[in-house]
Every structure is written in C-alpha cells, then in structure tokens.
Design a protein around this ligand. Structure first.
Ligand SMILES: Cc1cc2nc3c(=O)[nH]c(=O)nc-3n(C[C@H](O)[C@H](O)[C@H](O)COP(=O)(O)O)c2cc1C
Length: 189
C-alpha cells in the first residue's frame, strides 16, 4: 500500500469493530518504530507509549472505572452496568496503548509543540497500522485526562496522557471515511 492509499484509507475502528485475537508484538513494535520518526522541535522526541495487553488490560480497565466517579466519591459498585460494560469493552481490545507526551525541559520549546509532535507520532502509528491491515482508534476524553489516570500510569507533570490508541485486527469490512471537501478549508492569497 502506498502512502497516498494509507492516508486516504486510514480509519478509526471502534473496539466493537475489532477481533479479540492478540496482535503479535513484532507488529506493535513496527508501529512504535514508525511513531519514532515523527518530527519534533529540537529533536525532543516527546512521545512515550505504555502498552497494555493480556492481563494488564484489566488493571487499566479498573483504573478507567475509577475515573468514572468524581474524585472523593466511591467507585461504581461491582454490579453497576456502566462498570461492567467498560471492563468488558476494554478487556476485549487486543492492545491498548496509552499515549503520553513528555515535554522536555528546554524553555525554547513550548508545550503545545510537544503535544503536536506526539500527535504526529500517533498518526505515523495509525498509518502504519492501516498499511499492515490493522485497525486503530484514538480514544481520549475524561478517562485519559483525569489526574488519577496519570497516577496509575506513573506520570508526573509535565508528562501528560493524551488518550489511548486501540489496536486489533478488523472484525468488519473496512469502514468508509467521510470528509468535507479539502478546498473548503483552504484560502489562497
Ligand atoms: C486527538 C483525538 C482524540 C480522539 N478521541 C476520540 C474519542 O474520545 N472518542 C471517539 O469516538 N473518537 C475519538 N477520536 C477519533 C475520531 O472520532 C475519528 O478520528 C474521526 O471520527 C474520523 O474518523 P477516521 O479516523 O476514521 O477518519 C479521536 C481522534 C483524535 C485525533
């Protein structure tokens, strides 16, 4: 698959669109190798990844459940359908990769540049996943940004979790994408 096809055909496949079968570690390593070639101002290389496969997915799911209750309040009860649903959903995803941006201490490089570089690293992973026939999905939201998640991941400021990248083999026909026309977003001077 050439780069143009990978860009055009890259899609987000939701967890329910992935097969539960494990993904070989060597393939995941190809994603990280691709991520590692993202650009960064001053070559700070701020992207970091924490991989959850097998049993560790349950530990991550439990940490996500904690973020589903406001701080200071008890976690959802063991029989709460939202808790059960979240655990079931996450433990079926073959590989969950926490996306972390670890800003450098270089004062010339502002944090948003580091976040942008990390996003580019994720795009490299996602395009490579597409080329390998693997589904990928960037999931963010409250669970990713909650300080209790940072604590679970062992992050301390300025390192930040930007979300989770889900990876697995597709269980569905490859989804169609949708975009408004490119030139609607361009002005020429
Ligand atoms: C930074 C970022 C965060 C995202 N977080 C979520 C999310 O929390 N939930 C979700 O449904 N999709 C999330 N997405 C995926 C988008 O919904 C998806 O990219 C968009 O629908 C376009 O679909 P495509 O990737 O197949 O082209 C996120 C994407 C990005 C880039």
């Amino acid at each position: 698959m050439d780069i143009h096809q990978a860009i055009r055909l890259r899609r987000s496949l939701k967890p329910e669109q992935l097969r539960p079968d494990p993904v070989e570690r060597s393939l995941l390593e190809q994603l990280f190798e691709a991520a590692n070639w993202a650009p960064s101002h001053g070559l700070t290389e701020p992207w970091r990844f924490i991989v959850f496969t097998g049993e560790s997915r349950r530990e991550l799911a439990d940490a996500v459940v904690v973020t589903m209750s406001p701080e200071g309040q008890p976690p959802l009860a063991a029989d709460d359908p939202a808790r059960i649903g979240m655990i079931e959903r996450l433990t079926k995803i073959p590989a969950i990769i926490a996306i972390v941006s670890a800003s450098s201490s270089n004062p010339k490089i502002v944090e948003h540049e580091e976040l942008l570089s990390t996003a580019m690293a994720v795009q490299n992973m996602h395009l490579t996943a597409r080329a390998l026939g693997l589904g990928g999905f960037w999931s963010s939201g409250k669970k990713a940004f909650d300080p209790r998640m940072a604590n679970f991941l062992g992050l301390s400021a300025p390192a930040r979790c930007l979300g989770f990248f889900y990876v697995g083999w597709p269980a569905v026909a490859w989804p169609e994408g949708q975009r408004r026309p490119a030139l609607e977003k361009v002005s020429w001077r």
